[in-house]
Design a protein around this ligand. Sequence first.
Ligand SMILES: Nc1ncnc2c1ncn2[C@@H]1O[C@H](COP(=O)(O)OP(=O)(O)O)[C@@H](O)[C@H]1O
Ligand SMILES: [Mg+2]
Length: 468
Amino acid sequence: MSIEPPEKALILIVDDSAANLGILSEFLANDGYRVRLEKDGKSAIEAIEVQKPDLILLDAIMPGMDGFETCKWLQASADFKDIPILFMTALSDPADKVKAFDLGAVDYLTKPFQQEEVLARIRLHLRLRSLTQTLKEQNQQLQKEVEDRIEAEAALQELARTLEQRVRDRTLELSNSFEELQNAQTQLIQTEKMASIGEIVAGVAHEINNPIGFIAGNLKHLEEAIGEILDHLQLYQNHCPPSNAEIKEHEEQIDLNYLIEDIPHMLHAMKLGVDRIGNISISLRNFSRADTSSKVLGDLLEGIESTLLILQHRLKGNSNRPSIKIIKEYNELPPIPCYPAQLNQVFMNLLANAIDALEEKYQTEDKQLKLKRDKTLEPPTIWIGTESIDDRGVIIRIADNGAGIEPEICDRLFDPMFTTKPRGKGTGLGLSISRQIVEERHGGSLTCHSIPGEGSEFAIAIPIEDLE
Ligand SMILES: Nc1ncnc2c1ncn2[C@@H]1O[C@H](COP(=O)(O)OP(=O)(O)O)[C@@H](O)[C@H]1O
Ligand SMILES: [Mg+2]
């Protein structure tokens, strides 16, 4: 801590009495101080403005601007208020002393002066001033340090925030890429699976075709041949009625008349069966048609019909529920540039989900309403509607009056692996793959609308785009 040496301190003495000025300046100078003298307040202020003193000895009573006014002016000035002011006066009225201290004086000297006392007080106040200044400087230094630290802390916090944000962004990026990867993988597995199933199915369908062909061809000949044999038998019966007991017995044993009547029915049923196998084979081939690498013009109604035929066995009634009614509200659709086998997969997923939802509804309602079931429950139904919107696109709706979907899971239906079905039954991939096929491969949309307990509707919208 540096204290200004008293010898160098500049002291301004303001007094209208020349005698006082003389005495004071002399012993102060002798003590090593630099001294300036002024006779009144006004000239004192002018002198202070030129050179700032370290301490002021100020006479209280002076003509013109007196000590009190001078003190007031100095205290009001930001530049000079820190100069210690010692009042000097012969007055000993305590009110004056109080007034001086109120105005900002630091001490009071009463005339006549005791030389030693004046010097001691001056030294004390100079020292105090020097200490105050050092303190002030240290304070400023400290304050600056505090400010610097606050600034550094704010910068650190900002850095931490930026870092956190970067970590968050990166995590989001990572989880997005992970999700994309998962989707791509799901899609890949599914595409691979469908491709190999498709190949097998197409192969099987093709292989069945030949045998069906010759069964159908031979059935026709068989029908004719049996017709002729029956006519021939009839001739026998007319012209040579059996007298032989063995023949008669055999005729009764095999119930010949019934056989003659039934054989055409059997043949008819066989023909129907063969027709159906033929249709199924065509549907299988349609359904699994190996997809081209670019879009082809596809008949979506044919795709829906093939899918329905493949799902036929699941529509039939069972011990839990009556058979499922299919209501077709078809409007004609133009041929659509698309990947037909992939869209068939979408129809398959949506129809299978609708059947599951109908089954679930019957199972839960069945427990509560076992007896009233047939009366209270409307028959399980699936509606399939198609419409085309000018030449801009087509919409296919698949609706059911099944269990419906709770609003809180509506947003998650399309997430990969989301399923409400028991392990082994649901994979949770159907809707996610369907959405990928409709939205990413065909630029369309797949949306769901459902009322819990009443049913659900899924709408596929596909824009008509030019073939690439
Ligand atoms: N038609 C529907 N009615 C009611 N819920 C449905 C329907 N379609 C889909 N869901 C719900 O969406 C979930 C996900 O379907 P999906 O992705 O096909 O997977 P999964 O059928 O293997 O469960 C189903 O578990 C079911 O909860
Ligand atoms: Mg499903």
